[in-house]
Design a protein around this ligand. Structure first.
Ligand SMILES: Cc1ncc(COP(=O)(O)O)c(C=O)c1O
Length: 401
C-alpha cells in the first residue's frame, strides 16, 4: 500500500491517465476564466444530439406505470421482454441468428465489456487490442487480471492481419475490435475484418478459445451507405458488447447489452458466466426503467445527420488548411496527424487559441490528436482561425510542417 492510501496498481493507472485528466481540468479552468463560449472544447465524446421522440414517449409511458414490482431486482440477465426486444434489434441490425436468451442487458457497452472480459480471461491471459484504441480498455482488461497486447493498425487505421498473426500467443484469449472506431472514426472494411478473423480461426479451438470481442457502441453512427460488417455472422466465437449510448444519445442512462449468437461454441456455459458476472461485478445490469423503455423503442435512432454535417464541416476545413487526416466513416471523432511529431506540444499550441484536443499517445498512436465533433457547428466555425494559427506556428518550428 503506497503512502497515499490507495492500491499501488491503481496509483499507477491514475498516473498513466493523468494527461487526459489534465486536458479535462484545463478545459474547466479555461471555461471558468474566459466563459464557456470562448473555449473550443473538442476533447469529449459526449453525444451532442437530442434523443429521438420515441425515447421520450416510451419514458413517459414507463414513468406512468404504477403496478407493483416495477422497480425491484430483475433476473440477472434482464427482463425477458426487454431481452426479446433487443434480440430482435440485433437480428435486424447484424443479420445473424441469435435467440432471445443470447442477450444480457448491461450498464452500457462498458459494463458489457467488463462482464465479457471477466467471463473469459484467466489471470495472465492476453487480450489483443488494435491501436489506436479507447484508453479505458487497458483498465477493463487489467481489472480482469489479463494483459493488454497492442497491435498497430496500418496507416489508414485498418487492421493489419499479419501484425495480428505475429502477436497471437498461447495465452491470447481475445481480440477486441471497435469499428466505427474511437478515436479515429474509421470503419474497418469487411475484407480486413475477414482477414483478421481468418487469422483467429486458425488458432481457435474449444481447448484454447480465441474470442472476437466486438465493442460496438457507434454501429449506427455512420455517414456512408454501407453498414459496418457483422463478423459474428461468419466468426462464431464472437461476443458483441454494444449500447444505445451514442445512437439514441442516452450515454448517461447506461443502456447496453451483450449479444451471443446461436453459433458461439460452448454457448450455454458462456451465457451462465456472463449472467452471473452481470450481478457479481456489482450489479452492472441495465437499470429496470431503461429496460422497460427500450422494450418499447429498441429500433429508434437519433438524428445522425448532425454528426455527418459536423464531420463534413470540420474535416473539409481542416484539409483545406493543410491538415493531414483520414476521413472518418462514423462515430464522432477525427484523428489528424500533427504537423510536429510531439502532439502534446501541438495540443499546447492549440490551447493558446483556447482549442482543446486530446493527444494521440493515450490512444496508442503518438503524432496525432483526437478531435471530437460532438459539438455545436458554431464551435467548429469559430475555432477554425485557431486551427489555422496553430498550423502556421508550426511552420516556424524546426521539423514542423
Ligand atoms: C470505443 C468505446 N467503447 C465503449 C465506450 C463506452 O460506451 P457505453 O456508454 O456504451 O458504456 C465508449 C464510450 O465513449 C467508447 O468510445
Amino acid at each position: 500500500m503506497p503512502a497515499d492510501g490507495i492500491a499501488r496498481q491503481i496509483a499507477e493507472r491514475l498516473e498513466s491517465a493523468s494527461w487526459i485528466r489534465e486536458m479535462f481540468e484545463r478545459g474547466l479552468r479555461l471555461k471558468a476564466k474566459l466563459g464557456a463560449d470562448q473555449v473550443f472544447d473538442f476533447s469529449l465524446g459526449n453525444p451532442s444530439n437530442a434523443p429521438p421522440s420515441a425515447f421520450f414517449d416510451a419514458l413517459a409511458e414507463v414513468a406512468a406505470e404504477r403496478d407493483p414490482g416495477r422497480h425491484r431486482y430483475m433476473p440477472n440477465a434482464g427482463f425477458p421482454e426487454a431481452r426479446a426486444a433487443i434480440a430482435g434489434y440485433i437480428r435486424d441490425e447484424y443479420g445473424y441468428p441469435l435467440g432471445d436468451d443470447g442477450v444480457i442487458l448491461t450498464s452500457g457497452a462498458a459494463g458489457g465489456l467488463n462482464v465479457a472480459l471477466h467471463s473469459i480471461c484467466d489471470p495472465g491471459d492476453e487480450v489483443i487490442v488494435l491501436a489506436p484504441f479507447f484508453p479505458e480498455y487497458r483498465f477493463y482488461i487489467e481489472q480482469a487480471q489479463a494483459r493488454m497486447v497492442l497491435v498497430q493498425t496500418d496507416e489508414n487505421f485498418q487492421p493489419d492481419p499479419e501484425a495480428l498473426a505475429a502477436a497471437i500467443t498461447e495465452r491470447t484469449r481475445a481480440v477486441l475490435v471497435n469499428s466505427p472506431n474511437n478515436p479515429t472514426g474509421v470503419v474497418y472494411t469487411p475484407e480486413r475484418m475477414r482477414a483478421l478473423t481468418d487469422v483467429l480461426a486458425r488458432r481457435d479451438s474449444d481447448a484454447n478459445p480465441r474470442y472476437l470481442l466486438q465493442d460496438d457502441p457507434y454501429r449506427r453512427v455512420v455517414f456512408d451507405a454501407d453498414r459496418p460488417c457483422a463478423p459474428g455472422g461468419w466468426y462464431p466465437r464472437t461476443i458483441l458488447a454494444a449500447s444505445f449510448s451514442k445512437d439514441l444519445s442516452i450515454a448517461g442512462e447506461r443502456a447496453g447489452f451483450i449479444g451471443v449468437g446461436d453459433g458461439v461454441p460452448q454457448r450455454g456455459r458462456l451465457l451462465e458466466a456472463l449472467t452471473m458476472l452481470n450481478r457479481t461485478l456489482g450489479y452492472v445490469n441495465m437499470n429496470a426503467t431503461m429496460q422497460r423503455v427500450l422494450t418499447r423503442c429498441a429500433g429508434a435512432i437519433s438524428d445522425i445527420s448532425a454528426y455527418r454535417a459536423n464531420r463534413d464541416l470540420l474535416c473539409g476545413a481542416l484539409r483545406k488548411l493543410g491538415y493531414d487526416l483520414t476521413l472518418p466513416g462514423g462515430a464522432m471523432f477525427v484523428f489528424p496527424k500533427t504537423p510536429i511529431a510531439d502532439e502534446i506540444e501541438f495540443c499546447e499550441i492549440l490551447a493558446r487559441s483556447n482549442i482543446l484536443a486530446v493527444p494521440g499517445r493515450g490512444f496508442g498512436r503518438p503524432g496525432h490528436i483526437r478531435i471530437s465533433f460532438a459539438v455545436e457547428p458554431r464551435v467548429i466555425e469559430r475555432a477554425l482561425p485557431g486551427f489555422e494559427k496553430a498550423l502556421a506556428a508550426c511552420r516556424t518550428v524546426p521539423g514542423g510542417a
